[in-house]
Each structure stands twice: as C-alpha cells, then as structure tokens.
Design a protein around this ligand. Structure first.
Ligand SMILES: [Zn+2]
Length: 417
C-alpha cells in the first residue's frame, strides 16, 4: 500500500475507541486493555508481511527483512498513563505502520526495516519508566528494586509481567534485538508549548535534557511568632524562599532552554505561631549541555550557602537522582531537519524535556533522532492532549521521508556497523 497519512488519523481514532473511555486512553502496560491494543496492532501490520516477534522484555517487533540484516528501527509505545491522551506513543507506532506499508509496497528494501512497540514506556503501574527499551539497551541495572515493586493493588511486578509472558530475570536477553540496529527513529508529540508558540508543525530533537534532582534541608530555630523580634530570628523558610527565587535567575542567565524548578517545600513545625525550624526543599534542574547543567547546580549550591549566612541558618544538600544529557546523532538530526523542511517548509531544532525510549537507544550508542509534532496547549498525559489532524498527517509524511533518507544512508554504509 502506498503511504496514506490520513489513514494514521483514522487508525488513531480507532485505537482510541477500542482502548479508551470518557476519561481518556486506558492502555496501561501489563493490563488486558494494553494486550488488546497489541492484538489490534498485530492485525494492522499483518498485510505488510512483516514478521512479528515479542522479545524477552515484552517489546513487540515487526520486521521487514531487507537485502542486509542491518536495520533501521522505528519506535513508539502503545502503553499510556491512566486516563491519558490518544497520541502519546501511539502516533509513533501508527506512523511506523504506515511506513512499513510503503516500504513493503516497494519490494525488498536494501536494509531491514523494523517497527518496535516498546513495553511499558510510561511506568504507570509500577513507577518504573522505559522498562522495555532499557532492557533492550542493556542499561537496566535495577533488577533487585524491580523485584520489590508492587502496584496499588499489591500485585508484584514480576507476577504481573509473568501474566504477559515476560520473565523479569530474562528481560535483559532483549539486548540481542539491537545487535543489528544501525539507526533508530522516533516520532513523538512534543508534550510542550514550544512548537505551537513558534507556529511550526514539526521540529527536530537535539537530545534529552540531563537532570539533577536534589533535596535541600534548611535548619533554623523554632521560636514564638509573637515574642521573637524580627532581627533575632533564624528562619529556615527564608533560605528556601530566597533560593526558590534565585533558581529562576540561574535558569534565565544560563539560557538555551535551561529550566530549574523548586517543586516543594515542607516546613516544620508548620504551624502559624512558630518561626520555621526546618524547611525541606526539592530542586529539579535540567539542561542539554552537561557543563551548563553542572554550572547551574554549582551556582544554586553557592547561592544557598550565601542565603544560609545571611539568615544565620544551616543548609545541607542530598542528591535524589541525576541523569546526564543524551545527545542525538548529528547526521540524523540533519536528515530530520531536511525531511521536515520538505513537507512543512521550515524546521526548528529543540531539546526534549521528558525522557523517551529514544534516549535509552541512544545510550546504547545507536545513532538516534526524534521528531516532534506540535502539541496543542502543550498538554499531555490527559484526555485533553491533542494535535491538529493536518499536523498529524504532516508528521507521518516527514517521518516517512526521514526513514527513506536513513535507509539510503545505512545501505551506503552509514549508521552503526
Ligand atoms: Zn510517550
């Protein structure tokens, strides 16, 4: 079948009917509804002649064998958060189906073309995101923690996986799937407001932000709100408040899309009649450049020491989690820009705030790029998530061009050998 981007819109609506309700998409991984979506996908791909396999981590693969085993991969995920949107992950998968159809129509491709629907990208049921892609990438190193995870009903993760034919102890065997991978492509909705604010339908993604997450504890002295003169106070909240404002300046000075968030401050004793003795503050900092990210963290730490001095309080830092920025492949970013310009006139390069399966594949040193389609109002993980149908169709056409450029590149010896 030749490429028909409007069919992607029709199929996305069909999937929404089949696996959603009034509250949104209900395709949480390792549930019956998710399995129903996978079954439905199987039926959609059948006509292309692509061979289906499910790997040791539960990822669903469809392979159109080429003259060479080296493969161009197109990825997405069918699982959603509870009451999620109709496009997050599913657009990628269904655009990939359309490309399989076009490639199959043209006969045996010079290199293999594989569509992968990753298992449990969202981590909605057990709180562990990127399950299938991290297994395939070989970066899954938290087996002992995974074994302990339970869902809200008390079901253990290994038991839920077993119901879907996945043995947690063998999940890393999925690594063999990436042995022949030469390049990886992923289309995704932006899930943010940048492309809409620029009036552009599509963008080429440079990589995913590195993240520094820290817990900052400020310690002062509880004292009576009535009897303690202002000059005598050692107010822990004053430090947290100054820092909450300062990180906005740090992000602004850093520029280039850097973001800093103080997501919470918990005060004790937390009563109206006492000066705050301890304030526990959460900080999240993100940037695409590792040096700028490290500098933002250092600036925030230095500012906190200064504020502690000014307020005569103590401050302590504890790392919660961090990940380095993951950069996509320069050549593929160029192809992505070209493909977008071909179908939409102009392109824009932007970083991704959220992590995606593509980040796991890129960490496995497979040349990777993502393409973003404009999100309306920047909303995602809600039934309000939406993208104009004409932009969905443009994204399918652009991904198809990107795929065909990438196949030619890999056939000519490009990509990971
Ligand atoms: Zn997603």
């Amino acid at each position: 079948m030749p490429l028909d981007p409007s069919r992607t819109v029709t199929e996305l609506k069909e999937l929404r009917e089949l696996t959603g309700d009034d509250e949104g998409a209900q395709r949480v991984a390792w549930t019956e509804t998710w399995e129903r979506a996978r079954d439905w996908l199987r039926g959609k791909v059948a006509d292309t002649g692509a061979r289906e396999t499910i790997d040791a981590a539960g990822n669903q693969w469809f392979t159109l064998a080429g003259e060479s085993e080296r493969a161009v991969l197109i990825g997405g995920h069918l699982d959603s958060v509870p009451s999620g949107g109709w496009l997050d992950g599913a657009l990628n998968v269904l655009a990939g189906v359309e490309i399989l159809r076009r490639v199959a129509e043209e006969g045996t491709p010079p290199v293999s073309v594989r569509l992968v629907s990753w298992a449990d990208e969202e981590g909605a049921r057990f709180g562990r995101s990127l399950f299938g892609s991290s297994a395939a990438a070989g970066s899954m190193s938290d087996h002992d923690e995974l074994r302990q995870l339970t869902d809200s009903a008390g079901v253990a993760l290994p038991d839920a996986l077993a119901e879907h034919g996945v043995d947690l102890d063998r999940a890393l065997d999925a690594r063999t799937e990436l042995e022949s991978a030469a390049a990886y492509l992923e289309l995704h909705i932006e899930q943010g407001p940048v492309l809409e604010s620029l009036g552009l339908p599509l963008g080429a993604v440079l990589g995913t932000f590195g993240v520094e997450r820290h817990r900052i504890t400020w310690r002062g002295q509880a004292a009576h709100a009535g009897s303690t003169p202002m000059a005598e106070r050692r107010d822990a909240l004053a430090g947290a408040a100054k820092l909450a404002l300062e990180i906005r300046e740090i992000a602004r000075r850093t520029g280039g899309g850097a973001v800093c968030t103080s997501g919470n401050v918990v005060c004790r004793p937390g009563i109206v009649t006492s000066v705050v003795e301890t304030a526990e503050q959460l900080l999240d900092q993100r940037d695409l450049n590792p040096h700028r990210l490290a500098a933002m963290l250092a600036e925030a730490k230095a500012a906190s020491e200064r504020f502690a001095g000014e307020e005569r309080i103590e401050v302590g830092w504890e790392k919660i989690w961090s990940i380095e920025p993951i950069l996509f492949d320069e050549t593929l970013i160029g192809f992505c820009d070209d493909a977008i310009r071909d179908v939409a006139g102009s392109s824009h390069r932007l970083p991704s705030g959220p992590l995606h399966d593509a980040a796991e594949v890129a960490r496995a040193r497979i040349p990777t790029v993502m393409m973003f389609a404009q999100s309306l109002r920047g909303l995602s993980h809600t039934k309000l998530e939406d993208t104009k149908e004409e932009h969905i169709e443009l994204s399918v056409s652009a991904l198809d061009r990107l795929a065909s450029k990438t196949v030619d590149w890999v056939a000519a010896g490009g990509g990971r050998s």
